[in-house]
Design a protein around this ligand. Structure first.
Ligand SMILES: [Mg+2]
Length: 458
């Protein structure tokens, strides 16, 4: 994963050192030596990550630079790692409060540097994707225009924190600190809090193996997206690295600093909310991509995607696949006489009857206009013809009531059925045979089913 990283430090030696470490891992490095310069450069160059020294004499310091970066829409999504000197507690907390995602202490440990850089860059990829989808969704009118930046709203609000620890004093301290913003519960007592948004696991615990807890959470389906904050003993670099390798998103050292854990929890929750929002947007856009907006049936794109693989399976000796192509009789006349709104109402009512008269394993799709296709997996031609006949009867059994029209409309359909077994059928030839059957049904007077299945096709 290559990326551009902006290194900001007033001392040239520090800049060069970081540049050497980062370029050795094939990152592209930009450099600035003052706060103002960093803000301008970030705005212009849009790096993927910023490593920001807090102590910079003259002009604005690292905190102020961080605040400005986080205040500008063009740069607020770029993760910032502040660089402090070892044990400079106030600096860490002030940096995180200024909006920085992480901190690193100087002298910078190679393992910690790379772990943080990788984790933040992967967060950035998710965030960028989310921002892009938001922008596209708004442009297409799929996602409504919000007055506030949706990412801003995701930054706030309380969540559920689950503590996995056996140290009573430490637990009390965390409950007090995290309880200000979040609902905190202990493992085994989390029943009332709902699913967690963050898990804090001690890998310094005596009564259980914290690494095992982390590994299990990472591999379990319901928990693998949960952010994990690992508690490690101060100076226990080996266990810190191990926790990160196993999938902890961040580490905090004992004794736990209350302000630090508050800031870290906030950052991790934000990451989780971004990810959740992205996943739900993905689901939404996937659904939009395969759904016909008027009828809520599947669309042509979905049909094409389904039919090919089903046919291939049938040809390799798998189950037969049948399709029916359905056309609403005299639909153009209906549109011309009663208008397009009435026509749309007929299409919607037809879609409801179609969807409720196909099996759960069938795929009912709208091809466009008044033409529909039902894919019937694992269905032989004769069964498909019976299903089509049942549907035809159901459509004409009672007239369609259309809002705005004084009289309900009598609607009928013509249906052509085709079936693929072994052979060299493609989605096109299968649909073509069903289409031919459909035209035959139309020519023969409409409101009927014609099958081109099995023996007839041969
Ligand atoms: Mg400095």
């Amino acid at each position: 994963m290559s990326a551009r990283i902006l290194v900001v430090d007033d001392l040239e030696a520090n800049r060069r050192l970081l540049e050497a470490k980062l370029t050795a891992d094939y990152y592209e490095v930009l450099m600035a030596q003052r706060g103002e310069e960093a803000v301008q450069l970030a705005k212009r160059e849009r790096p993927d990550l910023i490593l920001l020294d807090v102590m910079m004499p003259g002009g604005i310091d690292g905190y102020e630079a961080c605040r400005r970066l986080k205040a500008m829409p063009e740069t607020r999504h770029i993760p910032v790692v502040i660089l402090t000197t070892l044990d400079d507690r106030d600096n860490k907390v002030r940096g995180l409060q200024a909006g920085a995602e992480e901190f690193l202490t100087k002298p910078i440990d190679d393992v910690q540097l790379m772990a943080r850089v990788k984790s933040l860059l992967s967060l950035k990829i998710v965030t960028d994707e989310l921002r892009l989808r938001e922008a596209n969704g708004r442009r297409l009118g799929v996602i409504e225009e919000l007055r506030h930046d949706p990412l801003e709203q995701l930054r706030l609000s309380a969540g559920n924190v689950l503590l996995v620890d056996d140290n009573a004093t430490q637990i009390r301290a965390m409950q007090a600190a995290l309880g200000i913003e979040h609902r905190v519960s202990l493992l085994g007592e989390e029943a009332h809090a709902g699913p967690p948004d963050l898990v804090v696991v001690s890998v310094a615990a005596k009564s259980f193996d914290g690494f095992r807890v982390i590994a299990r959470m990472r591999s379990g389906e319901p928990t693998r997206h949960l952010p994990i904050l690992a508690i490690v003993d101060c100076d226990d670099r080996k266990r810190a690295v191990r926790a990160l390798e196993l999938g902890a998103h961040d580490i905090i050292t004992r004794p736990i600093d209350e302000d630090e854990i508050i800031a870290r929890a906030r950052t991790l929750m934000r990451r989780k909310r971004y990810m959740d929002a992205l996943r739900s947007r993905l689901d939404q856009s996937l659904e939009l991509a395969i759904t016909d907006q008027l009828t809520n049936l599947y669309n042509r794109r979905f049909m094409n995607a389904q039919l090919g693989p089903l046919l291939q399976r049938a040809q390799c000796g798998g189950d037969q696949v049948s399709i029916m192509v359905i056309d609403i009789d005299h639909f153009k006349q209906c549109n011309d006489t009663y208008g397009h709104d009435a026509g749309d109402a007929v299409l919607r009512e037809f879609a409801v009857r179609l969807a409720t008269n196909t099996r759960p394993s069938d795929f009912a799709c709208r091809m466009g206009g008044e033409e529909f296709v039902v894919i019937m997996p694992r269905t032989a031609g004769d069964i498909a013809c019976l299903a089509a006949e049942r549907l035809r009867r159901h459509i004409c059994s009672s007239p369609f009531s259309v809002p705005g029209l004084p009289m309900p409309l009598d609607i009928t359909v013509s249906i052509g059925v085709s079936c693929a077994e072994r052979g060299d059928d493609t989605p096109d030839t299968l649909i073509k045979r069903a289409d031919e059957a459909l035209y035959e049904a139309k020519r023969a007077g409409r409101n009927r089913v014609i099958g081109r299945t099995g023996a007839q096709a041969a």
